[in-house]
Design a protein around this ligand. Structure first.
Ligand code: FPP
Length: 246
């Protein structure tokens, strides 16, 4: 039986988030510039979008650019922004074909105007699609998201819109960039690094973590199937005992 056939479609992770790591090392291995790795990384981006939507995954979130990535050499930052614009243009037909709704999380205002323009176009054109929500984390940092959240809630307390003892987990969730999304079920990081790197800290509280040794540009549909199969072998207890679950 193929890997794909082994997947239990009725027990898919509803929300998969991916830290796409290893583009730079992949390029270096071939004696090429880092931007070449990112360019090839966009092929894997397309593959995981197509594979996820075909399987029936409802939410796919990709860490495309972190708040810390602004500190990379200007040449690399510019190359990533150009790739973002190019990919949004080239993948819009795929979003239409597969009924993928685009979503973005992060400090979008800090992106170059060309990127914002392409994003806004893709966001509005796909706004009514329901088959899968594809979220791009762009200029995203989880700590920045939490700071913004707490500032907004503090403002509401100051203006008597909410009293401190009514601040619940649900209230905090409703102020996150991810307010309309369920928590992450499966978090994948490629390239063998085993870190979270300031990604969705609140939202991965009960996520299953899967670390793949594969560098992102080499990540294929088969690797995604492997990750999902591994997830399906885990027992998710959410703090309860094994007996309570079964
Ligand atoms: C991490 O690899 C990857 C990134 C910082 C950027 C991810 C971007 C893409 C996959 C392409 C563009 C994405 C979209 C959505 C259009 P790294 O550079 O840190 O690799 P290294 O750890 O080997 O140096």
């Amino acid at each position: 039986m193929s890997l794909k056939e082994q997947i239990n479609i009725s027990a898919l992770p509803k929300h998969i988030a991916i830290i796409m790591d290893g583009n730079g090392r992949w390029a270096k291995n071939q004696g090429m510039m880092r931007a070449f790795g990112h360019e090839n990384g966009t092929k894997s981006v397309k593959t995981v979008i197509e594979t996820s939507v075909k399987l029936g995954v409802k939410y796919l979130t990709l860490y495309a650019f972190s708040t810390e990535n602004w500190n990379r050499p200007k040449l690399e930052v510019n190359a990533l922004m150009r790739l973002l614009v190019k990919s949004l243009k080239s993948e819009l037909p795929l979003f239409h074909k597969e009924k993928v709704k685009l979503n973005v999380i992060g400090d979008i205002e800090s992106l170059p105007s060309k990127a914002k323009k392409e994003l806004n176009l893709a966001l509005s054109e796909t706004a009514n699609y329901k088959d899968m929500v594809l979220t791009l984390a762009l200029s995203y940092g989880s700590r920045e998201e939490l700071v913004k959240t707490f500032q907004e809630i503090a403002d509401k307390v100051k203006n008597n819109l909410i009293s401190p003892h009514l601040i619940t987990e649900q209230v905090i969730k409703e102020h996150l960039y991810t307010k309309s999304m369920p928590d992450v079920d499966l978090l994948i990081r490629t390239s063998g690094e085993q870190r979270i790197s300031n990604f969705l800290l609140w939202q991965i509280a009960y996520a299953e973590l899967y670390f793949s040794p594969v560098l992102w540009p080499d990540f294929t549909a088969e690797h995604l199937y492997e990750a999902i199969l591994n997830y399906q072998q885990r027992e998710r207890r959410f703090g309860k005992t094994s007996e309570q679950i079964t």
